[in-house]
Design a protein around this ligand. Structure first.
Ligand code: SD4
Length: 332
């Protein structure tokens, strides 16, 4: 990894010096093994996912990627793992409810051709990411919300189920009695562990997915960044993909993931693109010292990186050569 990090640094210096990194990428992107002198070999496949639960998500995605399967199938399979895990309290089943005690889910998915699907404020469905994919594949729309999203899911054969676990309900009741109905949702690094995931398959195609139960004890009806294309997730198969975690309102204000991808398009390597996007979030959010926002990014060549405001954010990376959890560098 040390070598990889120094290679990323070298690329960052190249970008700063105005070297034609993007042009080199574009020329090389059809050849999995192509090498630009200052970039090293392209790496495929790659799975990248936020937080420690990203390790298992990557492992669930890996058999698909390794056998030459599609990035889209891999990214969906990956994020379904935390969606179904009751121990993960801000994704899917077992996620913290809103202040009315209802678990409302946000998710989106994007494929290599720029198609995307999204659901927001969706209740009672174990795998919102699969509903988002269905929105993408069988409707002319990008986004369905609330009751309409639920009706669509049920009509598509998804089962209705209770998503509030006993433990999540007990925590919610305790928080409400200690804080009252008008308190803002708790804002700290631990409150944010959405899964955002990016995959690059053996054919060189990228996909991404992001799914969450959102900020704990949010106002009923609140939607965060995670289902919003460009904010919580963005993929451009010519360039790379990015996904976000943290205080969604701050990410939305900066259109964070679109920004990360555009920075990569300008030639910044993924880690530097994430850092610059965090700087933008900081510029746009005067309360930035009190919040957490983290981005991860994966480019077309299999290079990846992450950056966040406050220490504590980590992400998982898996390639043919490594399977690791990385502490993202932070501004604070
Ligand atoms: C949101 N970005 O709804 C998400 C929060 C998050 O775990 O990361 N939650 O704002």
């Amino acid at each position: 990894m040390a070598d990889r990090r120094s290679f990323l640094k070298a690329s960052a210096l190249g970008a700063a010096a105005g070297l034609p990194i993007l042009t080199a990428c574009a020329q090389a992107e059809d050849e999995a093994t192509a090498q630009a002198p200052d970039q090293g070999p392209a790496v495929r496949p790659v799975a990248l996912a936020t937080w420690i639960h990203g390790v298992d998500a990557n492992r669930a995605a890996w058999p698909i990627l390794e056998s030459g399967g599609r990035a889209l199938d891999a990214v969906e399979a990956g994020v379904k793992v935390p969606e179904a895990d009751p121990a993960i309290t801000s994704v899917g089943y077992g996620g913290a409810p809103d202040r009315d005690g209802r678990v409302t889910l946000d998710a989106c998915i994007m494929d290599e051709s720029g198609r995307c699907g999204s659901v927001a404020f969706l209740e009672h469905i174990l795998h919102p990411i699969s509903v988002a994919r269905r929105v993408m594949e069988v409707t002319p729309h990008v986004m369905l919300v609330g009751q309409g999203a639920l009706d669509f899911a049920l009509a598509q054969g998804f089962e209705r189920q209770d998503m509030l676990t006993e433990e999540a309900e007990a925590n919610w009741r305790r928080w409400m009695s200690e804080n009252g109905v008008t308190a803002p949702p708790p804002i700290n690094a631990e409150n944010h562990d959405t899964i955002g995931m990016l995959t690059l398959d053996r054919d060189g195609n990228l996909s991404g997915a992001c799914t969450t139960s959102g900020a704990a004890y949010k106002y009923h009806g609140r939607v965060g960044d995670s289902p919003i294309i460009g904010a919580g997730l963005y993929v451009d198969n010519d360039v790379g993909g990015a996904t976000a975690t943290g205080w969604g309102e701050a990410v939305i204000r900066a259109v964070g993931c679109f920004l990360v991808v555009e920075l990569m398009r300008q030639g910044h390597p993924p880690d530097e693109a994430c850092r610059l996007a965090v700087e933008r979030v900081i510029e746009k959010n005067p309360d930035w010292r009190d919040i957490q926002v983290g981005f991860i990014a994966l480019d077309k060549r299999g290079r990846y990186g992450g950056y966040c405001i406050a220490p504590g954010f980590n992400y998982a990376a898996k390639t043919p050569d490594l399977d690791e959890l990385i502490d993202a560098p932070s501004r604070l």
